[in-house]
Design a protein around this ligand. Sequence first.
Ligand SMILES: Cc1cc2nc3c(=O)[nH]c(=O)nc-3n(C[C@H](O)[C@H](O)[C@H](O)COP(=O)(O)O)c2cc1C
Length: 175
Amino acid sequence: MPEFDAFTDRLDPEMCVVTAAVGERREGCLVGFFSQCSIEPVRFTVWLSKANHTYEAALVADCLGVHLLTREQHDLAALFGGGCGADIDKFAQVRWTPGHGGAIVLPDVAAWFVGDVERRLDAGGDHVGFVLEPVQWGGRRQEGPLLRLRQALDIDPGHPAGQPHRRDPVAENER
Ligand SMILES: Cc1cc2nc3c(=O)[nH]c(=O)nc-3n(C[C@H](O)[C@H](O)[C@H](O)COP(=O)(O)O)c2cc1C
């Protein structure tokens, strides 16, 4: 819908890195589709592309890590947004620690939380929403601008959305 670009082009959301761990498997990707979706109780939803490697792990993970990046952390954004976990070990290149429920935390970011996956929302499109209840959080005590979409537009996504290359268990469950 090219004519709708007039609306979406005005948006410049903060970016985050979402991590998912299942046993020894560690995945993570750059995400622009996320927001708080409830005040009481506090809930956040992150939307993961069905094409992503991280999505597969998130489908079976009990909790996910959500990390806000500083404007200077473009390299981190490029690592998680520009490559596929099937080809590279993204976590060999960053400092990480285990968090609540075995989640993966990237402690050097601006702010982070780990959230229990409360439900998954397949809206019929190419992304699935993961509704999270924050249970653990932290981050640097540092002011300063966060990395936004405008600073990440030069990153070629490891997987273009809309081209699922794998089985989609959420859709299969709903059939
Ligand atoms: C600017 C930008 C925004 C992105 N937003 C999202 C998003 O909201 N949700 C998502 O699942 N992937 C998003 N991606 C794509 C993934 O971060 C990218 O395809 C990544 O390489 C997938 O890695 P994986 O296959 O290891 O999970 C975005 C990528 C970029 C560059």
